[in-house]
Design a protein around this ligand. Sequence first.
Ligand code: BJW
Ligand code: ZN
Length: 240
Amino acid sequence: MTKLPKIAVLTGAGVSKASGIPTYRDGADSLWNNYHPQELATPEAFARDPRLVWEFYDWRRRNMARAKPNAAHITLAEMEAALPNFTLVTQNIDGLHREAGNRNILYLHGDIWLVRCTECDYRDEDRRVPLPELPPRCPRCGAMLRPDIVWFGEALDARTLNLAEQAFRRADIALVVGTSAVVYPAAYLPHYTREHFGQIIEFNMDRTDLSVYAHEVILGPAEMTLPNWWQRFKDEYGIS
Ligand code: BJW
Ligand code: ZN
């Protein structure tokens, strides 16, 4: 059998759109078209009005709790199960990759189902929808909890980012799926693959700033194009 290529995947909000979760930047119903990120997704916004910020996240948790993985998520879970060298890096906070069955996930921008304390090192899963009290309080020290999410101006977890960078450096193929590739440092990851002579394959509805660097741009909904690409890949490499 031909040697299987090493694959690193970067996903963004477009992957979850068919699951009913709005994206951030494309179209009338996208999140930042209707809400100001500066008022809701920054540490300054949280310091100013934690209740408002929590209401926003509680509302989004309600929507995300109803969402189910789509064919794009399921394909990525199949890929993880079939490929010995596969890394999934996501910007998404919705948890749908986990629900689809991926086990090895690098969450660049955090996870909406985790809360952490603003004062002590308490961090835990909380899946209650809606939350009984806003803002929620730390069971250990009583201080305010915050969503375990990376807001604008906050550093990404250094270890997670490091592992993601390594995976893209090592990869023969970087798949970039459903992201506008404008938010850094995430948007830089596929360039590491290119710098090491690997290929970038982009799956998106439209071209992005990354498209000129991609070896292949596959336009269309990822819930259709990704399963098709994976089927062709399996045929080529004799994976059943
Ligand atoms: C489909 C589809 C279908 C639709 N199929 N496709 C200037 C230059 C460079 C950097 C900066 C700059 N000014 C400021 C910065 C830094 C900033 C940044 O990058 N800003 C840019 C916007 C310019 N970055 C940060 O602040 C980061 N931190 C940082 O830099 O720290 C530095 C530091 C170091 C040391 C100490 C302290 C600080 C943090 C970024 C955190 C981003 N957080 C968010 C919000 C999370 C919380 C929440 O959800 O509320 O993460 S922003 C938002 O954007 C979210 C996403 O993960 C992220 C990326 O969005 P994504 O996934 O690409 O979605 P969209 O909507 O943009 O695109 C969807 C795409 O899907 C589209 O292309 C569609 O076409 C496509 N699509 N349907 C396939 N069916
Ligand atoms: Zn605490």
